[in-house]
Design a protein around this ligand. Structure first.
Ligand code: NAP
Length: 464
């Protein structure tokens, strides 16, 4: 980390419902390996806004690198968690900055990219973000009640989220029953008429955004049969030798699945559900039923690729293809949103402009996770990116770029402010009460947990 080994105290986290949160931490004077004091005048206090992986990894790195679980981080004596606080609304970033030496924004990517095509607002069209939120029990997505009465669903985008959604749509209900998918979602999925799911990408097999583990889970899903178009894979076998190893293994699995050996196919023929990757297609329009009430299909533009490899660009050929479907799920990526006008925001990239986690032109403000990089990478990517931000902050303290010489009030003044505004934060032990209740409810039905579906219910349990 840095030349100085610092000790930290009092790390706090603020959260709203399940999604908006903040960590606030306080270092106290420490000594480096040689016994020299790192800070002689006061205890640095840090606030982290967020409670997802980026927030926890940043906190973990600031407290001590060896702590390896989020729960241990949250329960650490130098760390506190405050949930149910909507940063940007209940408290401003400026107010947090006045109370803390540094503020780290780690609140992720709550928004989703829109397709920008006609018909996007029709009934039967959902964002993957909302659909995933619905089956995962996000209070804001509780009312979604997606109509699953159609036979074919089209998912736009070929990332891991798209495959997660496809898998949930096609999984046998007995498998889903053992997961923490909410009871209302389970009931809707049990009644679902969806038998065929097409996962549509604008580019080719060599450019898919998903990773091999998620594709393998799809391939191995019981009672389902892959249904690919062999012509989409022309030239792919020849290109294999030049691909980097992870991409090569992923492409080999796709090829094997698309051009499956006959014996395998026989075995799978009994399957009653189908899924397929479709390539070189961009959404042009969502087609309405004759009453213009809901979606009846999707018009896809046929693309050709310009360039090669991962950087190839999809270009419309002018040819179109209509696919009949009653459900369209747009899974073309998440995006971060600005939560406070005082924080610089790059609307085009949907990130906070930063240099190694230091927010540009905003001393004492840092960012980590998807707000820093955009919504890419797996959990290990977020971990490393968060550790980098923590390292930048510690370097700035060491170099004096981040002024920690004056004492700061930290959570004391923020809690007073929140109380005045009628906001009641949820502590980590409150959160644990919710956790226990959810797990107990799950036990009764053989599930890992049965989630509480409203913020009111959660607060009731937390405040008991
Ligand atoms: P993603 O991986 O970025 O995939 C987005 C997909 O949407 C790509 O296929 C992309 O195609 C396509 N797309 C983007 N803009 C489009 C447009 N205008 N028209 C048509 N297609 C468009 O996003 P994600 O699936 O939402 O996943 C987000 C992150 O979470 C990823 O890093 C993912 O790996 C991670 N994640 C991981 C797991 C896991 O580890 N199990 C699970 C879920 C999510 P192009 O490639 O052509 O841009």
């Amino acid at each position: 980390m840095s030349g100085h080994k610092m000790m930290f105290s009092g790390l706090k986290l603020w959260t709203k419902g399940r999604s908006r949160h903040a960590w606030i931490s306080r270092f106290h004077d420490g000594t480096n390996g040689s016994g020299n004091a790192s800070f002689s005048t006061c205890s640095p206090k840090v606030c982290i806004v967020g409670s997802g992986p980026a927030a926890f990894y940043t906190a973990q790195s600031l407290i001590k690198n060896v702590i390896n679980t989020f729960t241990q981080t949250a329960k650490h004596s130098r760390c506190s968690f405050y949930g149910n606080v909507n940063v940007g609304k209940d408290v401003s970033i400026k107010e947090l900055q006045q109370a803390y030496h540094a503020v780290v924004l780690s609140y992720g990517a709550e928004g989703n990219r829109s397709m920008g095509v006609p018909g996007e607002d029709l009934a039967g069209v959902y964002s993957a973000k909302d659909f995933v939120g619905w089956y995962n029990g996000l209070p804001s997505c509780r009312e979604l009640s997606p109509d699953l009465s159609c036979e074919t669903a089209v998912i736009l985008g070929q990332g891991n989220v798209a495959l997660d959604v496809a898998r949930v749509l096609l999984s046998p209900i007995d498998i889903l029953k053992k997961t923490d998918i909410t009871q209302p979602a389970l009931e809707a999925l049990a009644e679902s008429q969806v038998r065929r799911v097409l996962v549509v990408g604008r580019r080719g097999p060599i450019q898919v955004a998903c990773t091999i583990k998620e594709l393998r889970e799809m391939v191995n899903l019981p009672n389902t049969r892959p249904d690919m178009v062999a012509a989409d894979f022309e030239g792919v076998t020849e290109a294999l030798k030049d691909l980097p190893r992870p991409r090569k293994r992923l492409t080999e699995l796709m090829l094997k699945t698309a051009l499956e050996i006959p014996g395998e196919k026989e075995k799978r023929n009994k399957a009653s559900r189908f899924w397929g990757l479709r390539f070189f297609r961009s959404p042009i329009e969502i087609l309405a039923d004759p009453d213009h009430n809901r979606t009846a299909g999707i018009r896809l533009g046929v693309n050709r690729l310009e360039g090669s490899g991962e950087g190839a660009r999809a270009v419309l050929t002018g040819e179109v293809e209509d696919v009949t479907c009653g459900l369209v799920i747009s899974s073309i990526g998440y995006k971060s949103i600005p939560i406070d006008p005082s924080v610089p925001f790059d609307s085009r990239k949907a990130i906070v402009p930063n240099n190694m986690g230091r927010i540009e032109q905003a001393a004492g403000l840092y960012c980590s996770g998807w707000l820093k990089t955009g919504p890419t990478g797996v959990i290990a990517t977020t971990m490393n990116n968060s550790f980098d931000t923590a390292r930048s902050m510690v370097e700035d303290m060491d170099s004096g770029t981040l002024d920690v010489s004056a004492a700061k009030t930290g959570s004391q003044s923020i809690c007073a402010l929140l109380e005045k505004r009628g906001v009641k934060p949820v502590t980590f032990s409150d959160w644990e009460k919710i956790d226990i209740v959810e797990m107990r409810r799950g036990e009764a039905t053989g599930k890992p947990r049965e989630k509480l579906l409203t913020v009111e219910e959660m607060l009731q349990v937390a405040q008991k």
